[in-house]
Design a protein around this ligand. Structure first.
Ligand SMILES: C[S@@+](CC[C@H](N)C(=O)[O-])C[C@H]1O[C@@H](n2cnc3c(N)ncnc32)[C@H](O)[C@@H]1O
Length: 327
């Protein structure tokens, strides 16, 4: 796999202007309430822990989307109707769901140029292990934020392009951010191009809560790993045991929210920033929103960001939607 790196995600990697992680941690821990973006969950260990989450009985989204992709895999190449396709993916993770779609295109004799984008180079390395070489498949990974990566991928694309935004990654944005991101995506596509995008539906609150706070404590481990990442990459001295993972559904926002709660009054030093941050006892550190949607909201979001809905693919239990939109 060829790799292009548009950002550097480790403090040790010279180009400190581009060390967005350090800058964002500084900004987030200086804010009230304190916060760090969930996009930083995925270092080496974080990407591996997320793989474990996707296999948990309680974690329905991955299994459900897998089922939906299996049911649409033969339809998609027919709709796209081209002998060669550029498949771009925003936030590919380990790509095991994407493989279903790519294999289907290859089986039908379609040449695939796969351009997976992820902010985490570790995720791209995990992904690479899921793909075997094929004469009709080329893979060019891009280490980047979504939009910068899509813009780069678009500059390389000469064929009909389908962009994948799976796994309800879009749910990590507020409604305003979501529209802004999707309008940017729309502006980078050509009229003939498609977007296949995952949305987690609003559903039974207990079912959602179990998915983000599993009884085996893997999600808790995933969230506190972000503190470990700060310790390792930015010279922090977070004491992991002094923070507790807490996840709940906010019905007013329509989102699962994840926090780490400081269990005591404490100071945390981050040497790369040359700063010390104070946490009060029970002070929250906000890590993630995971917004949930009604089908009518999905259609509205598509319209408001400039797309035409082609079809909504849904699982039989009404848990998740993969919407196919045309630019
Ligand atoms: C929850 S995982 C989902 C992976 C995959 N899409 C799936 O459905 O299984 C999110 C992935 O998106 C990546 N990611 C998160 N925020 C990102 C951003 N702003 N730009 C690029 N990648 C991002 C993470 O590194 C991670 O690999």
């Amino acid at each position: 796999m060829k790799i292009s790196r548009l950002i550097f995600d480790s403090y040790s990697e010279k180009n400190q202007n581009k060390n967005q992680f350090a800058e964002d941690v500084d900004k987030g821990l200086s804010s009230h309430p304190k916060n760090i973006s969930s996009k930083y969950f995925y270092d080496d260990l974080g990407s591996q822990i997320f793989q474990k989450i996707t296999q948990l009985d309680d974690y329905y989204p991955t299994r459900t989307e897998y089922q939906i992709l299996n049911s649409l895999k033969d339809t998609l190449p027919e709709i796209i109707g081209a002998g060669q396709v550029d498949i771009v993916e925003l936030g590919v993770g380990d790509g095991h769901k994407t493989k279903i779609l790519i294999d289907s295109f290859l089986e039908k004799g379609v040449k695939v140029n796969f351009l997976p984008i992820d902010i985490s180079k570790e995720a791209l390395h995990l992904m690479e292990k899921n793909f075997t070489s094929h004469a009709n498949l080329s893979v060019h990974g891009i280490v980047s934020d979504y939009i910068e990566g899509l813009s780069f991928a678009r500059s390389l694309s000469e064929n009909k392009m389908i962009t994948l935004f799976l796994g309800s990654n879009i749910g990590n944005f507020s409604r305003e951010e979501c529209l802004m991101v999707l309008r940017q995506v729309h502006s980078l596509l050509r009229e003939r191009d498609y977007l296949l995008i995952g949305f987690d539906l609003k559903k039974d609150i207990d079912l959602m809560t179990r998915a983000y706070s599993d009884k085996e404590g893997i999600t808790a481990e995933f969230n506190v790993n972000l503190l470990r990442r700060i310790n390792n990459e930015l010279g922090g001295n977070f004491v992991i045991e002094n923070f507790k993972h807490q996840a709940f559904y906010n019905p007013e926002l329509g989102a699962m929210e994840s926090y780490l709660i400081s269990l005591q009054d404490q100071e945390v030093r981050i040497s790369a920033l040359n700063k010390t941050f104070h946490f009060d006892a029970f002070e929250p550190l906000h890590l993630e929103y995971s917004f949930k949607f009604l089908e009518k909201e999905i259609v509205q979001i598509g319209n408001e960001s400039g797309f035409k809905t082609v079809t909504n693919f849904k699982d039989p239990r009404d848990l998740f939607v993969d919407a196919l939109w045309q630019a």
